[in-house]
Every structure is written in structure tokens, then in C-alpha cells.
Design a protein around this ligand. Structure first.
Ligand code: ADP
Length: 395
């Protein structure tokens, strides 16, 4: 029997959710923002937006309890609810979604040091729901899993081998988004899906993924969600020597460097104005132009590396808030690929069309809105319907 599925994406200050019917139609989606301060619950059900404030100081667990109570009370279909969670890191252990039990939860706790800013909030949500509704099945879906088959040397750093063995290696993230893109391409454009495609997930976080025949073969993010492209507030590629210098000569401790790299850098840090691409695109301040120039430059540099690794590129897919909506960024990137034979259809680009390259372009340029929540819902259903495959883990 298929269950309705609640997808939870629990972060440091927000909980996003999406409720799916048994046939995986989205019934209700929303989020609780500003946890730790004055939280607000906003939701969109049947096309109508609802918003209300929760008590100041509401904890993650309390917010989840209220959310589940409301969904259970208002949706007749939630009697046999299952919950799918976005979990940022599966480490070297989990290469596929997994149903939560005590032992899985313990192993996921052991991975916390690999993603200390995200994983604790993901696991806290799982724990809170287990406490409130112990019989509700829960499935963890990992941002790393889609990249699990990337092999050496793409997963390696130039460090002594024992560090790789101890987990200091490249993992890759945004896997649920890339898996959705690969699945969607296979459905809509099987010829391109079978070829060499670079997918660009450009949201607040941002990365690129090299897909060959629908499989991830390399990605710009590595050990952490800092590597690769410049992002909203994260720095992207950085010489590790700069970190040593900051700590040895600029009096910065680990907390200060962490805050700088994750929260004060990227578009926000370089522009000094905003992490939000919409603000930068509409500003005349010269430093916003500099931030956008660097943003595009970093995409092109990483894209070049992945294209060489693929030995050519048949398609480029833009996704994420910026990839799906910013005709300006897509134009800037696409124009620089002219020497590879990419030709942008300006009008199609302006209207965010699905295909934004001309018929004669040697590289197909596409815009595909991502759906990470939908991917989690599908995985959750799949895991529950095929329990014998539950422990699909790597050694
Ligand atoms: P998250 O990674 O948090 O899910 P999103 O995928 O929603 O983020 O992407 C957020 C980014 O998308 C922000 O930088 C925002 O400015 C940008 N964005 C959204 N709509 C537009 C638009 N119309 N034009 C340019 N950028 C946009």
C-alpha cells in the first residue's frame, strides 16, 4: 500500500516541508523560517498562501510537532504517513536512501563531523519525529549518494593515502537535484541523457555535475559544501594556504574562519551588498558587477575542468533559483562557450524556455526546474515498497 509522504528538509534556522498524496501529487508545501527567533509558518495549499507566527523561541522539535499535528489533523490521507528526509551527508557508508532504524541513526550520527553545520539539524528532525510518532516510517535521502560511484582520481586530494581512507576525500553534493535532472532528461530527451552533460545547480548553494549516460562522473563540490563555484555566501575554491595564513597571521580561529567561509563570503562578501542574485542584477553599484563577473568566471573555470574530464560536452542544463530564472547569468555563461559551438537562442533564454540553444548549436543548452522534494518522495516510496533493498550500503 502506498502511503502519503511528508518530505522534510531541516536546516539550521528553517524547516521546509512538502506533503505528497499516495500518487505523489504535492498537496501542501511550506516552511517554518527564523527558528531561534520569531518563527513563521508559511504554506501553500490548493494554490492559496497561508502564513502565521509561532511562539517566539519555538525549538526545531516543537515546530515539527506542531507541523505534524496540523498535517495529521487537516489531511485525512495522513493516517499512514511516511516521512522522507533530506540528509546532506551519507559519508562513505550510504550510497542509497535508507530506512531509519536505531543502527542507521547511530551510523548517521557518526557522520556529523563531516557536515557539522547541516547534518545535526537533519538528524534532529528524524529524532523528533521518532519521539512523537515512533511507528511512522522514515527514510533518509542523501545529497552525496548520487555521486557515490565517482571513482579515483576524482574523489582524491593530493594527501597521503591514509587521509582518503579516513574520509578526507571528495564526496559531492546536490545529488538529489542532479538525480532529478538525469531522470527528467532520460524521460524528455533520451539521446542527450545518454551523452555528456554538465548540469549547473545554481541556487544559494551552487555546484556543477558532469553526467555521462545519466551517471555522475565528477562534480565541483568536494569534501564539504564549500568547494567549487562561488555561491550566495560561501567562497567556493580557495587556496588552503590562505586558510593557514588567516589562522597563523590574521588571528582568526576556527569559528571565525568557518563563519567567513560559509556565511560572509560569496556574492554577499564580494559585493558587500547581498547574497541574492536578484538584488545584484538590479543594482548599479560597481561592486555588484564585480561579484557577478567572478560568479560567472568561476562557473566557466569549473565547467572547463569538467568538460575536459568528459572529453567533450553535448549539453548544459541550468537549474536552481539562478539557473532557472536568471537569463543574464545563462547568457553570460553560454556566450563564453561559443568557441565550443554553443549558440544561445536569445528569445528562448529570455522566456526561460526548456531549450535555450538554437537548432544549429553544437551544445544543447537547457533549463530544467529541479525538484529535490519530489525525488525524496519517490525514493521514500521506493524504499518502503522494497524493504529487501533497504540496506544498500557500500563497504
Ligand atoms: P536554495 O539553494 O536556498 O534552494 P534557490 O534555488 O531558491 O536557493 O536559489 C536562490 C537564488 O536564486 C537567489 O540568489 C535568488 O536571487 C535567485 N533567483 C531567484 N529568482 C531569480 C530571478 N528571477 N532572477 C535572478 N535570480 C533569481
Amino acid at each position: 500500500m502506498n502511503r502519503p509522504i511528508l518530505v522534510i528538509n531541516s536546516g539550521s534556522s528553517s524547516i521546509k516541508y512538502c506533503l505528497y498524496s499516495t500518487d505523489l501529487k504535492c498537496l501542501d508545501r511550506g516552511q517554518i523560517d527564523r527558528l531561534g527567533g520569531q518563527p513563521t509558518l508559511t504554506s501553500r495549499r490548493d494554490g492559496e498562501a497561508h502564513s502565521r507566527e509561532l511562539h517566539a523561541g519555538t525549538s526545531h522539535a516543537q515546530a515539527l510537532e506542531q507541523l505534524l499535528d496540523e498535517l495529521m489533523a487537516s489531511e485525512a490521507q495522513t493516517d499512514h504517513l511516511a516521512v522522507g528526509h533530506r540528509v546532506v551527508h551519507g559519508g562513505s557508508d550510504f550510497s542509497a536512501p535508507v530506512t531509519i532504524d536505531d543502527s542507521v541513526l547511530q551510523r548517521l550520527q557518526a557522520i556529523v563531523p563531516l557536515a557539522p553545520l547541516h547534518q545535526p539539524y537533519n538528524l534532529a528532525a528524524i529524532g523528533a519525529i521518532r519521539d512523537i510518532y515512533p511507528d511512522t516510517p522514515q527514510v533518509a535521502c542523501f545529497d552525496t549518494a548520487f555521486h557515490a560511484n565517482i571513482g579515483k582520481p576524482a574523489t582524491q586530494f593530493g594527501l597521503p593515502a591514509r587521509y582518503h581512507d579516513a574520509g578526507v576525500r571528495r564526496y559531492g553534493f546536490h545529488g538529489l537535484s542532479y538525480e532529478y535532472i538525469a531522470t527528467r532528461l532520460a524521460d524528455t530527451d533520451p539521446q542527450l541523457a545518454a551523452g555528456r552533460v554538465i548540469a549547473a545547480h545554481l541556487g544559494n548553494g551552487a555546484s556543477l555535475c558532469a553526467l555521462h549516460g545519466g551517471q555522475s562522473v565528477d562534480t565541483s563540490m568536494g569534501f564539504s559544501t564549500l568547494e567549487g563555484l562561488m555561491m550566495g555566501t560561501r567562497c567556493g575554491r580557495l587556496d588552503p594556504g590562505a586558510l593557514l595564513y588567516m589562522q597563523a597571521s590574521m588571528g582568526m580561529d576556527v569559528e571565525a574562519v568557518t563563519a567567513l567561509l560559509y556565511h560572509e563570503s560569496g556574492l554577499k562578501g564580494v559585493s558587500g551588498i547581498s547574497h541574492d542574485m536578484r538584488d545584484l542584477e538590479t543594482s548599479d553599484a560597481p561592486q555588484t558587477r564585480e561579484a557577478i563577473d567572478l560568479y560567472v568566471y568561476r562557473i566557466l573555470a569549473e565547467l572547463g575542468a569538467l568538460a575536459v574530464g568528459l572529453q567533450g560536452i553535448d549539453g548544459l542544463v541550468f537549474t536552481g533559483g539562478i539557473g532557472e530564472n536568471s537569463a543574464h547569468i545563462r547568457r553570460r555563461v553560454s556566450e563564453c562557450l561559443g568557441w565550443l559551438g554553443a549558440e544561445l537562442d536569445e528569445a528562448a533564454n529570455e522566456r526561460n524556455a526548456r531549450v535555450i540553444s538554437t537548432a544549429g548549436s553544437r551544445i544543447k543548452l537547457c533549463v530544467i526546474p529541479t525538484d529535490e522534494e519530489g525525488m525524496i518522495a519517490r525514493h521514500t516510496r521506493e524504499r518502503l515498497n522494497h524493504p529487501e533493498e533497504l540496506k544498500d550500503t557500500r563497504t
